[in-house]
Design a protein around this ligand. Structure first.
Ligand SMILES: Nc1ncnc2c1ncn2[C@@H]1O[C@H](COP(=O)(O)OP(=O)(O)O)[C@@H](O)[C@H]1O
Ligand SMILES: [Mg+2]
Length: 290
């Protein structure tokens, strides 16, 4: 999907997956952004080709679902009145001053955290028990933040102290508590439909009008989270990562862009994303009380 011209909107920025617009005329809603989720997919901080059919709509459905379930201040306003070209993949949100921290919660040891643990026995500042295997549940959920990189750079995992230095210890502590609380609530909700929420990443911002810390960006999507079923199958981006790492011959540490993903990998990924949306959205549990 190419960047779309939306009449009445100014394009503010492009992320790897989302395009951000602002209404040209100030609105009675206050300071708002229109967040449009495209069908692009990224892995290892590269945008891949081709796109994944309907992925942006699926991500939007899943984020909206979680915003309605989580009882924390969030940026979602409405999907009413979004331009016709982007219906289903766009939402009006409160415009926030984003805090440049990727707030990661990990309940299980896998991915890059497992790789580091396998070499050193630690992940970041956390010394972990000996003998853990890939995918093991952790006794304590870890808050393992990263500093959000500029466009084209890689996010940098850092110890909690660095985040405190960057944004102040009070705000750092608040992000940690919010991240761990939301993760725990979401894990229970996912569990109720037989899905394990392995880890996830949140981004928060400050509402300039109230100075409140607000949950922004996408929430608990298969782009920002790992979801497993009881057999350890992934309903997330892992399928694409596995293709790139194991089958394509590409080395993520090389400075070369990844190869195109084959059509069958793109189609399977679309199916996995649709499946996790269907599982979550069929969930009858009531709103949480965090
Ligand atoms: N409410 C908001 N106000 C302003 N910016 C936001 C808001 N919510 C999310 N963002 C920003 O919009 C961008 C979302 O696009 P995305 O494709 O996810 O980017 P990235 O490549 O950084 O992951 C991110 O830079 C995110 O920080
Ligand atoms: Mg993002």
């Amino acid at each position: 999907m190419k960047k779309i011209e939306l009449s009445g909107f100014e394009h503010l920025s492009s992320g790897k997956v989302r395009e951000i617009y602002a209404p040209k005329e100030p609105d009675e809603l206050g300071s708002v952004v229109l967040i449009v989720a495209t069908d692009r997919i990224s892995a290892f901080d590269h945008i891949l080709s081709p796109t994944i059919p309907d992925k942006g709509k699926i991500l939007t459905d899943i984020s909206r679902y979680w915003f309605s379930k989580l009882n924390v201040p969030n940026h979602f306003i409405t999907t009413q009145g979004v331009p016709e070209q982007v219906v289903g993949r766009a939402m009006f949100c409160k415009r926030l001053e984003m805090i440049p921290v990727e707030c990661v919660a990990r309940g299980y040891l896998t991915g890059s955290a497992y790789q580091e643990y396998a070499c050193t026995g630690k992940f970041q500042e956390f010394v972990l028990p000996k003998g853990l295997k890939d995918g093991d549940k952790l006794d304590e959920v870890l808050f393992t933040p990263a500093i959000k990189a500029q466009v084209g750079e890689h996010d940098e995992n850092v110890p909690f102290d660095r985040i405190s230095q960057l944004i102040g210890s009070e705000l750092a502590e608040r992000l940690k508590q919010l991240t761990l609380n939301i993760y725990e609530t979401a894990r229970q909700i996912a569990e109720s439909v037989g899905i394990t929420l392995v880890d996830t990443k949140f981004e928060f911002g400050i509402d300039p009008e109230t100075e409140e810390v607000v949950l922004g960006d996408e929430v608990l999507t298969p782009d920002s989270s790992r979801y497993w079923d009881k057999n350890g199958s992934s309903y997330d981006k892992q399928f694409v990562r596995n293709y790139l790492l194991k089958d394509s011959g590409w080395n993520p540490k090389s400075n070369t862009p990844p190869p195109d993903i084959p059509p069958e990998v793109a189609q399977k990924t679309a199916k996995l994303y649709a499946k996790i949306r269907d599982l979550l959205l069929s969930n009858p549990t009531s709103n949480s009380g965090i």
